[in-house]
Design a protein around this ligand. Structure first.
Ligand SMILES: Cc1cc2nc3c(=O)[nH]c(=O)nc-3n(C[C@H](O)[C@H](O)[C@H](O)COP(=O)(O)OP(=O)(O)OC[C@H]3O[C@@H](n4cnc5c(N)ncnc54)[C@H](O)[C@@H]3O)c2cc1C
Length: 345
C-alpha cells in the first residue's frame, strides 16, 4: 500500500526546502525524498546576499525582485528557531581603477541610494593597508549549513522527510497520480539542483552546470565585514569564514588542487598571510541558458514539476519564488519562469 500525498518533492537543497516549507504553510500535504549521498550545493554555498553584484556593480532585476522576501524569510527563521541563520554585515568591496570609475557614476544614481558608500577608503587587512575600496550596504551572510540542517530537523519532526536516492526507473505515471517508491502523489516536483542533468526526462532543457571550489578558514585577525573583490570572504561563526569561489566547467564534483591554489593565491592578494584552512568543498551551480530559474510542470506531463536553475543566486531567489508558487499552486505566479519557455509548441 503506497502512502498518498498531494506533492512529493525530490531534493532538500534550498529549492526543495523552501518549496516544502511554503506549501506546508498553505496546508498542502507534502512529502520529501532526499538523497543523503548526492551533491547538495546549498550546504556548501557561501550564503552571500547582496543587491549590487558583479564587476560592473550591477543591480540585477531578478535579485531586486526577490531580495526583501528572502531576507524576511531568513529573519523569521532566526526568530522561530532561535538561531542565527542570517546576519547583516557591511561588505567592504575592493575596487580596481576601472571599477572606481563605474562606482563614481553609479553612486550618484537614485536606485543605488543607500547601497554604495560615498567614499573611497583604504582597506586594512592584518594591520596593513592592501587595497582601496568602498562600503556596500544591505548585505548579509546566510549560514547555509545551519539553514539546511534546521529545516531538515523541522521536516523530520513532521515525519515528512525520507532519505533515499530516486532513480528514473522508480517513476511510474498513472492517469490520476504519479508513483515513486513508497509514495503516490498528485504531483512530483524535482528540486535536484545540478543532478537534473542525469535525468533523460530533462534532456531537452538547456542546462549548464558550473563548478565552484570554496574553502573554510580560521583567521588570526577577526573580521566582521564581508570582503569582496572577484572572490569573497564571509564571516560564518566566531572565527570561521568561507572564502570562495572558483568558477570552472568541470563535471567532476571533487575539489581540485588547482582550485585550492587559486583560492590561496586570492587570499594572499586580499592581504591575508595568517589563516588556517579547515576544509575545501566544491559544488555545481545549475544554470539555464537564459540565467533564470525554472519552475512549473512539464507541458507533456502535467504531474511532473521542476524547481531549479538558481545558478549563483539560489539563496536570494528560491525563498521568494517558492512562497509565490505556494500561494497560487499548482498554477505558476509568473509564466515567464515556466520550464516550458524552452519548448517550441
Ligand atoms: C561554490 C558555490 C558557492 C555558492 N555561493 C552562493 C552564495 O553565496 N549565494 C547564493 O545565493 N548562491 C550561491 N551558490 C548557488 C547556490 O548554492 C545554488 O543556487 C543552490 O544551492 C541550488 O539549490 P538547489 O536546491 O537547486 O540544489 P542543491 O542544493 O544541489 O540540492 C539538490 C538536492 O537534490 C538531492 N538529489 C539529487 N539527486 C537526487 C536523487 N536522485 N534522489 C534524491 N535526491 C536527490 C540532493 O541530495 C539535494 O538534497 C553557490 C554555489 C556554489 C557551487
Amino acid at each position: 500500500m503506497k502512502q498518498k500525498c498531494d506533492v512529493l518533492i525530490i531534493g532538500q537543497g534550498i529549492a526543495g526546502s523552501c518549496l516544502a516549507y511554503f506549501l506546508l504553510q498553505q496546508g498542502i500535504d507534502v512529502q520529501i525524498i532526499a538523497s543523503p549521498t548526492k551533491p547538495n550545493a546549498s550546504k556548501i554555498a557561501g550564503g552571500l546576499m547582496q543587491r549590487v553584484s558583479g564587476q560592473y556593480l550591477a543591480l540585477p532585476k531578478l535579485v531586486q525582485d526577490h531580495f526583501d522576501e528572502a531576507v524576511s524569510f531568513y529573519e523569521s527563521l532566526n526568530l522561530d528557531f532561535n538561531c542565527s541563520i542570517i546576519k547583516p554585515h557591511i561588505t567592504h568591496r575592493i575596487l580596481d581603477d576601472s571599477q572606481v570609475k563605474i562606482w563614481e557614476k553609479k553612486r550618484q544614481l537614485e536606485n543605488y541610494a543607500g547601497l554604495l558608500g560615498q567614499h573611497l577608503q583604504p582597506i586594512t587587512i592584518e594591520n596593513t593597508t592592501t587595497h582601496h575600496g568602498i562600503d556596500m550596504y544591505d548585505t548579509y551572510s546566510v549560514n547555509t549549513s545551519l539553514l539546511l540542517t534546521t529545516l531538515e530537523d523541522y521536516f523530520c519532526q513532521k515525519t515528512i522527510l525520507h532519505y533515499d536516492c530516486v532513480a528514473e526507473t522508480d517513476l511510474k505515471l498513472a492517469n490520476d497520480c504519479v508513483q515513486i517508491k513508497d509514495f503516490e502523489a498528485n504531483y512530483v516536483i524535482f528540486c535536484l539542483g545540478s543532478s537534473l542533468t542525469e535525468w533523460s526526462l530533462f534532456n531537452e532543457f538547456p542546462i549548464i552546470n558550473s563548478k565552484g571550489n570554496i574553502i573554510s578558514i580560521e583567521l588570526d585577525h577577526p573580521e566582521n565585514r564581508i570582503l569582496q573583490y572577484d572572490k569573497w570572504l564571509i564571516p560564518i561563526t566566531n572565527n570561521c569564514y568561507k572564502f570562495g569561489s572558483t568558477y570552472t566547467i568541470d563535471p567532476c564534483i571533487t575539489p581540485t588542487q588547482s582550485g585550492y591554489q587559486d583560492l590561496i593565491s586570492s587570499l594572499h592578494f586580499f592581504g591575508y598571510q595568517s589563516f588556517r584552512p579547515i576544509s575545501i568543498d566544491s559544488g555545481h551551480r545549475c544554470t539555464f541558458s537564459d540565467y533564470k530559474p525554472s519552475m512549473g510542470f512539464l507541458y507533456n506531463n502535467p504531474r511532473i514539476g521542476i524547481f531549479s536553475g538558481f545558478s549563483s543566486k539560489g539563496f536570494i531567489t528560491a525563498p521568494s519564488l517558492a512562497k509565490q508558487w505556494s500561494l497560487s499552486f499548482p498554477n505558476l505566479p509568473d509564466p515567464k519562469m515556466s520550464i516550458n519557455r524552452f519548448i517550441n509548441h
